[in-house]
Design a protein. Structure first.
Length: 208
């Protein structure tokens, strides 16, 4: 019974997320925090959750939190995780009257995706790793370019080529995957991406 309720609400959440992130006039500047990003985070969270042997309840909660974790970016890019919690609360009030999902748990999951947050539970570690898994994929350069474009539009942050490469080198150098599953899947490619960035910076120095 509970499993069926989870599946129904998660299906609605996916449709809701797709409509909000793909069709809303409020989100037409979201080149990075798009439905593609959200969907990829959900799929990665499912994979990491299964590899980490999470039970059905935990996996369902992580999925729903992941569908909503970036909704707030359309309203307040700087503190969007808190706004995302409000979006999720409104969604559950409409579609989960029997409260099969634990809102407080999912708030903690969403807030764990803040860059400065230190995840406390395995679930929080999984959603945080899933949110940033792109840095350990071959799609890193393209996703980084989308993020750069979004920062220019949403935050009025602009970077020349050198500054952007240096910013990404700092970020990848400091970043840590928390789960063993994410380390196994993404760490090596993250290191490859970091090496590629360092080579790009060296080439800039040589051509200066």
């Amino acid at each position: 019974m509970k499993s069926a309720s989870y599946d129904k609400i998660l299906h609605i959440a996916r449709k809701h997320s797709e409509q909000f992130l793909s069709e809303s006039s409020k989100t037409n500047f979201l080149s990075y925090h798009s439905f593609f990003h959200t969907s990829s985070v959900v799929q990665c969270a499912i994979k990491l959750g299964k590899l980490s042997l999470l039970d059905e309840d935990e996996l369902a909660h992580i999925q729903l939190a992941a569908w909503f974790h970036d909704h707030g970016f359309a309203i307040d890019p700087k503190d969007h995780e808190f706004v995302s919690c409000d979006f999720l609360k409104e969604f559950l009030a409409q579609y989960d009257p029997n409260k099969v999902f634990d809102l407080e748990m999912m708030k903690r999951l969403i807030l764990a995706t803040r860059l400065e947050a230190e995840p406390q539970t395995l679930g929080e570690q999984i959603i945080k790793d899933a949110d940033l898994h792109y840095i350990g994929t071959r799609d890193f350069e393209r996703q980084a370019a989308l993020l750069k474009k979004e920062w220019e539009l949403a935050l009025n942050k602009t970077y020349d080529t050198r500054a952007w490469i240096e910013n990404n080198i700092r970020f990848l150098s400091k970043h840590t995957f928390y789960t063993s599953a994410a380390n196994e899947l993404f760490q090596q490619t993250k290191e490859d991406n970091l090496e590629a960035l360092q080579k790009q910076l060296t080439q800039l120095d040589l051509s200066a």
